[in-house]
Ligand binder design. Structure first.
Ligand code: NAD
Ligand code: DAU
Length: 354
């Protein structure tokens, strides 16, 4: 079996669901259930004996060591993190605690377990650390895309904390020989994403007839990847990645934020027309994010060349599927919005007058 951390969050839950569907191999899922963790994402696994959910912190070494000893996983995949840039600006402490200290403690627990394994299991074991393209900083319009050798230059507290966790994972491989694999991925979208992130926020605000907040001039560029493609890339890296290596994962779909928001409005005009007018009428330019990175782009040549992975979904198609998913899953949406979401909207948007 494998042990996944953060498997009740957006990408982790998509990964666990797909992993069980594609491989059938059992999963122990360790998640603290912060505001971003949601057991409703895993509701379809309620009576599935292949999924063992444990509520807990990656930094709780006693708990992690007990889980490793009890379940003897062949791999640990670390998705757990504080993941939202705007929250890291309002309160960086949790990001340092989970992303840096938590990853350090997790690495230590895993190292002790790995060192105790007999030779064949020890050789086959993997620790896969899930990270982000934000560690590389910001690109100018004509700069080449981030490669695995691009210098780290994290700009937000979130990015700096993820960069710290990447360095720890790298050092645990270099110093102790722990078989670490690291992935650095671009912006994901798809089902189960917490609606503090751009795409679900715009879909749900548009449905409710609320303003669609676009930071600054709306011309910041992100590379977008459908979450199922990120999950398939992680499966490939786990199966065939070279130990100690880093793999950049991207969608080859660079878009300005305003293009993404406008496309979402057009999709919604088609799928759920608004009697009062076009959804694009709700677009509202608001005060920019402090230190807002201008452009991210991923050069995913290495993962394609070495592991044969490339994204299976086109941005325009998968964005449409994503909109349909949010429209069809009202109970999930209401559940998420009844929790920590409403308070965050006040914290983040009250001071951003149009
Ligand atoms: P998310 O915020 O939706 O989910 C994070 C999950 O981790 C939640 O279930 C939360 O409860 C759990 N968690 C947080 N702190 C924990 C702790 N101390 N112990 C155990 N569990 C804890 O995040 P996401 O968007 O699914 O991102 C998952 C991973 O992928 C993160 O490491 C993130 O940095 C990385 N990543 C995300 C994106 C993206 O676009 N969302 C892109 C590239 C990389
Ligand atoms: O690049 C990978 C990263 O992508 C991940 O590591 C992060 O976990 C993930 O949150 C995401 O970070 P971003 O900051 O790029 O995502 P977010 O959805 O918050 O914002 C996307 C872009 O949209 C960004 O340029 C900021 C802008 N934005 C965001 C919000 C929430 C707006 O214009 N308005 C908004 O209300």
């Amino acid at each position: 079996m494998i042990l996944v951390t953060g498997g009740a969050g957006f990408i982790g839950a998509n990964f666990v669901l797909e992993w069980l569907r594609v491989t059938g191999e059992p999963v122990v899922n360790l998640d603290k259930l912060t505001y971003a963790g949601n057991l409703a994402n895993l509701a379809s696994l309620k009576d599935d004996p292949r999924h063992v959910f444990v509520r807990g912190d990656i930094g709780d070494q006693a708990l992690v060591e007990r889980l490793l000893a009890e379940h003897r996983p062949r791999a640990v995949l670390n998705f757990a993190a504080e993941s939202h840039v705007d929250r890291s600006i309002h309160g960086p402490g949790d990001f340092i605690q989970t992303n840096v200290v938590g990853t350090f403690r997790l690495l230590e627990s895993v190292r002790g377990y790995w060192e105790s394994l007999p030779a064949p299991e020890k050789d086959a074991f993997r620790f896969l650390h899930v990270s982000t393209d934000e560690v590389y900083g910001s690109l100018g319009p004509d700069d080449p895309a981030f490669s695995e050798t691009t210098r780290y230059a994290p700009n937000s507290p979130y990015a700096a904390s993820k960069a710290g966790s990447d360095h720890l994972a790298r050092a645990w491989h270099h110093t102790y020989g722990l078989p670490v694999l690291t992935t650095n991925c671009s912006n994901n979208y798809g089902p189960f994403q917490f609606p503090e992130k751009l795409i679900p926020l715009v879909i749900l605000n548009a449905r409710a007839g609320k303003p669609l907040p676009v930071y600054g001039d709306g011309k910041n560029v992100r590379d977008w990847l459908y979450v199922a493609d990120h999950c398939s890339a992680i499966r490939e890296v786990l199966a065939k990645g070279r130990v100690g290596e880093v793999y950049n994962i991207g969608g080859n779909a660079e878009k300005q934020n305003i293009e993404v928001v406008t496309t979402l409005c057009e999709l919604l005009d088609e799928l759920a027309p608004r009697p009062a007018g076009r959804h694009a009428d709700l677009i509202t330019f608001v005060k920019d994010r402090p230190g807002h990175d201008r452009r991210y782009a991923i050069d995913a040549t290495k993962v394609r060349r070495e592991l044969g992975w490339s994204p299976a979904h086109r941005f325009e198609d998968a964005l449409g599927e994503t909109v349909k998913w949010y429209l069809a899953n009202d109970a999930w949406v209401k559940g998420v919005q009844s929790g920590a979401c409403g308070k965050w909207m006040d914290v983040n948007y009250a001071g951003r007058a149009a």
